[in-house]
Design a protein around this ligand. Structure first.
Ligand code: NAI
Length: 261
């Protein structure tokens, strides 16, 4: 494969957790990958990019706050300057907040919406503009969640943003199909990352239970009997990023080990 044949991907929130798993998987699939994350995660992002390069892949670490459209545009520009084009954008960055609805403030809701929903909107828009300008089509992929299909106590604000991602994904798929762009979202269940550590900590703080209890309780509802790992999500995103998924668009698919509600 010459470097001009190589497909180019951006993954946001790729310094750790699911995003890191996706970046490393796409690199193993042969894509060049821009590992994008907050400035505060620069060292971690650089280490992911270096790991990819040491394994023989092409990668770069770039800084972005996805809630700011200008920064997302700059991320796309920086990636195109470095690698020449953009084929795949994985809008993975996200945050969680844990609160009963009656205690939630509009400020908290605003923070969630800015990152999880505006962040995905900014990413979808910047990616589509670049792909349309190139005239190459492409794959746009967003992070939704099991919480985009079912409401969970204390995850109300988070749920709002993830249901929003589902809607946005359907509309973007409709509007950009004529440009050869497919748009799909992945909906993980309970993935053992820093995000779940935070959810467990906050839920058990609220209930007065021992740390780990909330994660354990949720885990017991997983049919496959184990907590999800980033690689479980990454293998599905690998499919969404590949040409094998060319006939699939507008979907927000559960990849959750069969959680029983
Ligand atoms: P994580 O907290 O381990 O990693 C999230 C990454 O996103 C971090 O590196 C963080 O610095 C980055 N990030 C946060 N705000 C950002 C911003 N404004 N701009 C750029 N980067 C930002 O989370 P995890 O578990 O890896 O989650 C990744 C995605 O998957 C999120 O969208 C999350 O909502 C979603 N998800 C996670 C589930 C889980 O069980 N962990 C379940 C369902 C969905």
């Amino acid at each position: 494969m010459t470097s001009s044949d190589q497909r180019i991907a951006i993954v946001t929130g790729a310094a750790r957790g699911i995003g890191r798993g996706i970046a490393e998987r796409l690199a193993r699939d042969g894509l060049a990958v821009a590992v994008a994350d907050l400035d505060s995660m620069r060292e971690e992002a650089e280490s992911v990019a270096q790991g990819i390069e040491q394994a023989g892949g092409r990668s770069t670490a770039l800084t972005v706050d996805v809630s700011d459209p200008e920064q997302v545009n700059a991320l796309v520009r920086g990636t195109v300057e470095r690698f020449g084009k953009l084929d795949v954008f994985v809008a993975n960055a996200g945050i969680a907040r844990v609160n009963p609805l009656l205690d939630m403030t509009l400020d908290e809701l605003d923070t969630l919406v800015r990152v999880n929903l505006y962040g995905v909107f900014n990413s979808y828009q910047a990616a589509a503009r670049q792909m349309i300008e190139q005239g190459t089509g492409g794959k746009i992929i967003g992070a939704a969640s099991i919480a985009a299909h079912k409401g969970f106590e204390m995850l109300g604000g988070y749920s709002v943003t993830k249901w929003g991602v589902r809607g946005l994904t359907q509309v973007a798929a409709q509007e950009w199909a004529k440009h050869g762009i497919t748009v799909n979202a992945y909906c993980p269940g309970i993935v053992g990352t820093a995000m779940w550590e935070l959810i467990d900590e906050k839920m058990t703080e609220q209930s007065g239970e021992e740390r780990g209890t909330a994660l354990k309780r949720f885990s017991e509802s997983i049919a496959l009997g184990r907590v999800e790992e980033p690689r479980d999500v990454a293998s599905f995103v690998s499919y969404l990023a590949s040409r094998d998924s060319d006939y699939m668009t507008g979907q927000s698919v559960m990849i959750d080990g069969g959680i029983i509600y």
